[in-house]
Write a protein that binds this ligand. Structure first.
Ligand code: G3I
Length: 317
């Protein structure tokens, strides 16, 4: 038993979780994190991001990122690298840099090849580009797009491919799990990159949901992506609710976890599901959405919630 054990038994590559360095001194927490039967894959929630790895130009720091990579290795867990190029948690030397196109190209290439290269051979997949689109499907006008147009995506993917030819290269975003303008934009981007021969292996659907408000057509959306020749994964699943939780909202959350996981179970090209930390104790949600929380399958006290059984049912669908 255990989520990863069940996921593997139905032919998935992993069931995983995000984690963060500050949590690793919590022994009751790590006792669950380290259990390969629950989690066959981990993602660093912060420590591989640009502000953490290259806080000033050419000065790379990998202490925290290495700690997560080493933990995955020790536990025999797959590692998802997160991420190379993102508008957020981007140091100001990049975001305010005023670099011309040639210089920013070189900055992206150096960053992606150094970070991806550091973990060459030990990463299952990399979120090379994170959150390129606005919710209306237009491109996010960050420093990368404003300086390089859409070409920054292929610049980053090519640099990542050269640095670790065996890592699966992903573009990762939220609000692309159902049918939306943003989903269409991502589908069109995949088509266009594939036509141009740009290396791209997967699309990560983050899966930050609200209890009782799942988008429809989850499975159909996964199938639309895999039909274009990429694999898919839910990379940051959590399902938040208004606080305080009630028996009814916890029961609805169980159903919603089951629905999302079932979609992945039913699509052969959906390789796995990663929850964005497994316990409410360390969820990002209450810090961002005031009055909301309890988004994870384990509660504040590291006890399994009904949501856990929802995941099991979804894997066994
Ligand atoms: O590192 C500083 C620390 O020095 C300081 O004392 C502390 C005080 O607030 O802040 C620490 O930084 C925080 C960082 O997490 C590390 O804990 C930031 O304030 C906080 O904003 C940051 O939040 C992260 C968030 O990304 C930022 O965008 C979350 O932990 C992380 O879970 C979240 O993850 C993102 C994915 O990368 C992309 N998709 C959405 C997802 C949820 O927002």
């Amino acid at each position: 038993t255990g989520l990863n054990a069940i996921a593997k038994s139905i032919g998935k590559t992993y069931f995983g979780t995000a984690t963060d360095n500050s949590e690793l001194s919590d022994a009751p927490y790590t006792a669950i994190l380290d259990n390969i039967n629950e989690f066959g894959q981990i993602t660093p929630a912060n420590s591989m991001k640009w502000d953490a790895t290259e806080p000033s130009r050419g000065q790379f720091t990998f202490t925290n990122a290495d700690a997560i990579a080493n933990l995955a290795k020790k536990n025999g867990q797959l590692l998802r690298g997160h991420n190379c190029v993102w508008y957020s948690q981007l140091p100001s030397w990049v975001s305010n840099g005023g670099f011309n196109a040639a210089t920013l190209t070189s900055i992206i290439q150096t960053h992606c090849s150094t970070v991806v290269g550091r973990y060459k051979g030990s990463v299952y997949s990399w979120d090379v580009v994170n959150e390129p689109f606005n919710d209306d499907g237009t491109w996010r006008t960050d420093v990368f797009y404003n300086t390089l147009g859409t070409s920054y995506v292929s610049i980053a993917l090519q640099a990542a491919r050269a640095a670790d030819p065996n890592a699966k290269l992903y573009i990762n975003d939220y609000n692309i799990e159902g049918q939306s303008a943003k989903t269409t934009a991502m589908l069109n981007l995949v088509k266009s990159l594939k036509q141009q021969g740009v290396p791209l292996d997967g699309i990560g659907l983050q899966g930050h949901f609200i209890v009782g408000e799942l988008p429809g057509n989850l499975q159909q959306t996964l199938e639309q992506f895999t039909a274009l020749g990429v694999e898919v994964a839910y990379t940051e699943l959590d399902i938040r609710m208004s606080l305080p939780a009630t028996q009814a909202s916890l029961a609805q959350q169980q159903k919603d976890y089951q629905t999302v996981v079932t979609a992945c179970t039913n699509v052969p090209g959906c390789v796995g599901v990663t929850i964005w930390d497994f316990t409410d104790k360390y969820s990002w949600v209450p810090n961002t959405f005031s009055g909301q929380g309890e988004a994870c399958p384990w509660d504040q006290n590291l006890q399994k919630k009904p949501a856990y059984q929802g995941i099991v049912s979804g894997l066994e669908a």
